[in-house]
Design a protein around this ligand. Structure first.
Ligand SMILES: [Zn+2]
Ligand SMILES: [Zn+2]
Length: 226
């Protein structure tokens, strides 16, 4: 058992061994991860391009257009959820393309590549060479403006973490609900509540009011206000 080591997921190993007290511990094996978690990483790589597409579809059209053309100037205020989706999409492409470069040293693309395509290509290439990725020795990468030391275990954990985050974001509950009161500015029944920011916006005139303002407005309408 010379080169055996604990699964890189540590206490979160998906196929743990139980010690005498019944406490789960990482399964030991010859690779960076146990067979069970290696399979989960492979499946996550296979699923990430589809999750990326689903994330892009979750964005409003203005945000999609801005992302594709790198032009700003949308009149829609971005919601925290949309910002989180966009940030995760950028992170997915940055992390997976960087691991592809570190592991496989692919030829530089001839021209600009759409981020979704670059991600799909990186995932397919890394999945085909998963053993090489997970066995990578420690090396320096730039992450969010800092230099960090990462190896193949970090690569596997990156894949699982990003796959989990994408799934969680896509399961986020609907954040928009229709409000029953008319708009205080234009009178249209067109108020929508953004549950993430608790702000209410009129689809007709784009008037925005806070939760307190909406409550006060409802009080006035029903004659119970100040
Ligand atoms: Zn494991
Ligand atoms: Zn209005």
């Amino acid at each position: 058992m010379g080169d055996y080591r604990p699964c890189g997921r540590g206490s979160r190993c998906s196929n743990p061994t139980l010690d005498a007290a019944g406490v789960p511990a990482a399964r030991w094996g010859p690779g960076a991860f146990c067979a069970s978690d290696t399979r989960l990483i492979s499946e996550a790589l296979a699923g990430l391009p589809r999750l990326y597409t689903e994330l892009s579809l979750a964005l409003p059209r203005t945000a999609q257009a801005n992302r594709d053309t790198q032009v700003t100037g949308s009149t829609e205020a971005p919601t925290p959820l949309n910002l989180a989706v966009e940030a995760l999409m950028r992170e997915l492409v940055m992390v997976l393309v960087t691991w592809e470069e570190v592991c496989l040293e692919p030829p530089l693309p001839a021209g600009a590549t759409r981020p979704g395509y670059a991600l799909a290509r990186a995932c397919a290439a890394l999945r085909a060479d998963l053993g090489a990725l997970l066995a990578l020795p420690r090396g320096t990468q730039a992450r969010h403006g800092r230099l960090v030391e990462l190896d193949g275990v970090d690569a596997g954990l990156d894949v699982l973490r990003l796959h989990h985050r994408a799934g969680r974001l896509l399961q986020a509950p609907p954040t928009i609900e229709v409000r029953p009161a008319p708009c205080p500015a234009c009178g249209m029944y067109a108020l929508l509540l953004d549950a993430a920011t608790r702000s209410t916006r009129c689809q007709g005139c784009r008037h925005v009011i806070s939760e307190q303002q909406y409550d006060a407005w409802c009080g006035q309408l029903t004659g119970h206000g100040e």
